[in-house]
Ligand binder design. Structure first.
Ligand SMILES: C[S@@+](CC[C@H](N)C(=O)[O-])C[C@H]1O[C@@H](n2cnc3c(N)ncnc32)[C@H](O)[C@@H]1O
Length: 199
């Protein structure tokens, strides 16, 4: 007879948010009392991070700068795929070391699929109620979050729809770099739906 695995309390479940930036993706887990560890620069570098034992879930959002189809507005700049793959490889190494119950690696649709293959899931933030467009892909072993909207116009109205046709986030302001940082923040509607599917 096998002994059933002990039931974990949420506070015992370790979630690693790799290249987590503001921690927006793991916020629903933190709010629910999970043991969330955001591993992000400038405090912590994924390339030399050694994960703890018994990691429950991993969220990874490595920078897309070198893989972006738009090259963040600098089409003339040569791409540095070796530099771009460093944090990606580190995230994959941490996932393999940890063998978590679930994991997902996120990147905007772009050239990264040349190295890590076809994504498993794709969404726009508006599909979860955040009124902007950004084709975003996920790779990994996770339960697929349930999309709430299939019609962009149900989420956005008037000016927002016009701005979204131009592929810009509504109320965008600031320098190009500030806008790019803002656009890299995980949309809260998606983060909540991902948590609901993988908790
Ligand atoms: C695409 S953004 C992710 C933003 C995140 N989704 C959020 O909601 O804020 C990538 C983040 O990874 C961080 N980063 C870049 N290289 C890193 C590295 N080697 N180790 C850890 N974090 C890194 C960047 O500073 C940035 O905050």
């Amino acid at each position: 007879m096998t002994t059933p695995a002990p039931k974990l309390f949420d506070s015992d479940k370790i979630i690693l948010d790799l290249c987590g930036g503001t921690g927006a993706w793991s916020k629903p887990y933190a709010d629910a009392g999970y043991d969330v560890r955001v591993i992000t620069l400038p405090e912590q570098d994924v390339t030399d991070y050694i994960p703890p034992k018994n990691v429950y879930g991993i969220l990874a959002a490595p920078p897309c700068t070198e893989f972006s189809l738009a090259l963040n507005g600098h089409p003339e700049r040569p791409r540095d795929f070796v530099a771009g793959m460093m944090p990606v490889n580190a995230c994959i190494r941490i996932i393999h070391q940890s063998m978590p119950v679930f994991w997902a690696l996120e990147n905007p649709v772009g050239l990264i699929s040349r190295w890590i293959g076809q994504h498993r899931y794709i969404f726009h933030p508006w599909m979860f109620g955040d009124p902007y467009t950004k084709w975003t892909a996920l790779w990994g072993n996770f339960k697929k979050p349930v999309k709430k909207y299939t019609d962009r116009t149900a989420v956005m109205t008037g000016d927002q729809i016009i701005r979204c046709r131009e592929n810009r986030k509504p109320q965008d302001s600031g320098t190009r770099k500030q806008k790019s940082i803002k656009r890299s923040i995980t949309p809260p509607g998606f983060a909540k739906a991902f948590y609901e599917a993988n908790s």
